[in-house]
Write a protein that binds this ligand. Structure first.
Ligand SMILES: [Zn+2]
Ligand SMILES: [Zn+2]
Length: 342
């Protein structure tokens, strides 16, 4: 395995609750940025994602003035994504919008979704998972493969700007249907609604609950075409289902964090070097146990169905001809569901 390099990066929340990612070239740039904020934020020493008492344009100005790069994180998420609060980059970043060169797509969108929106097409797409928990089925769910001369900020900047042959060559992420807000659905009873149905009901479910607009429908509202229009610089997008989820399904166990799943996961990853190698490249007949090998074969052959998530409930992976149960009400607080990763 190669050396691990780190990039100076943070995520901040603006006064509309929109989240932004900022990449810094060096520590002095971080210090300059903090100085420019003039204390209008929650404590930086204790908040992993500090709240700024400022708008997107002002935060962008402070970042750009200090040589950093900024863009929306999980741009489509209905609570804290840019498109939850704004219809455009200009609405979010004001006169700094033209200097925003990337967007992070989040778990609920991929490049087919985002490239239906005209203003997104010039941007580099980042697929960076949140890592809210340490389980192997949760951490590092998404990643980017980038062609660059050296692992540095300057090279990353060139890749984001598609300069000098540097570029993103692969985005890897979850299928958007697995996201908790893929389709529009009631956050109380989880009934799914088509966009026109939800509009006719004024986003109020028959049960009285609020219908939360799904990412798929939000993209529909902002798009200018039925099909994505990928620009020449857009790399392929590989959809990966977590190996731990596949093992859980294949072994028929209820808990993805159980010892049984953990042991099978460790043995497979130990043998092939990484989840991606096991899921994409490993010879099927060398994968043990047999049930897991069969499930990985189904994944590669596309014999996996996805039941879209919505209303706060994750989507479901269905292997082959497996029968599934209709959606259940959300688990009580504190209990983690099968697809409770972000
Ligand atoms: Zn965030
Ligand atoms: Zn309802």
């Amino acid at each position: 395995m190669g050396k691990v390099h780190f990039l100076l990066q943070t995520e901040v929340e603006d006064n509309h609750r929109v989240h932004h990612i900022i990449f810094f070239p060096e520590f002095s740039s971080v210090e300059g940025f903090i100085e420019a904020l003039k204390g209008r934020h929650s404590p930086l020493s204790s908040d992993g994602r500090p709240k700024m008492h400022m708008g997107g344009a002002e935060i962008a100005q402070a970042a750009l003035d200090n040589g950093a790069m900024i863009g929306p994180s999980h741009a489509f998420t209905p609570w804290t994504g840019m498109y939850a609060h704004h219809d455009s980059l200009a609405s979010c970043y004001g006169d700094q919008a033209g200097k925003v060169h990337f967007a992070e797509l989040g778990l609920s969108a991929d490049s087919d979704y985002a490239d239906r929106i005209p203003e997104m097409r010039r941007l580099a797409f980042l697929t960076n998972s949140d890592a809210h928990s340490p389980y192997p089925t949760r951490i590092a769910r998404e990643f980017n493969r980038i062609e660059m001369k050296a692992p540095s900020f300057a090279e990353l900047r060139k890749a984001i700007l598609h300069e000098g042959g540097r570029k993103f060559v692969l985005n890897v992420g979850l299928p958007p249907q697995e996201g908790k807000y893929n389709e529009s659905a009631c956050i109380k009873c989880l009934t799914h609604y088509a966009l026109d149905q939800a509009k006719a009901l004024r986003w109020r479910c028959r049960c009285g609950g609020v219908i939360k607009k799904g990412v798929r429908d939000r993209v529909e509202e902002l798009s200018d075409s039925r099909e994505p229009k990928h620009p020449a610089h857009r790399p392929p997008y590989l959809h990966l289902i977590p190996l731990g989820e596949i093992i859980t399904k294949a072994l028929g166990v209820a808990n993805p964090n159980s010892k049984e799943v953990d042991e099978a996961w460790s043995a497979i990853v130990g043998k092939f070097g990484s989840e991606v190698a096991a899921l994409v490249d490993a010879p099927i007949n060398e994968i043990q146990p047999k049930e897991v090998a069969e499930a990985i074969a189904m994944f590669r052959e596309g014999r996996v169905r996805l039941i879209p998530g919505g209303g706060g409930q994750y989507g479901q992976v269905v292997l082959g001809d497996e029968k599934i149960e209709p959606p259940k009400a959300p688990a009580p607080k504190g209990q983690r569901g099968l697809f409770d990763f972000r």
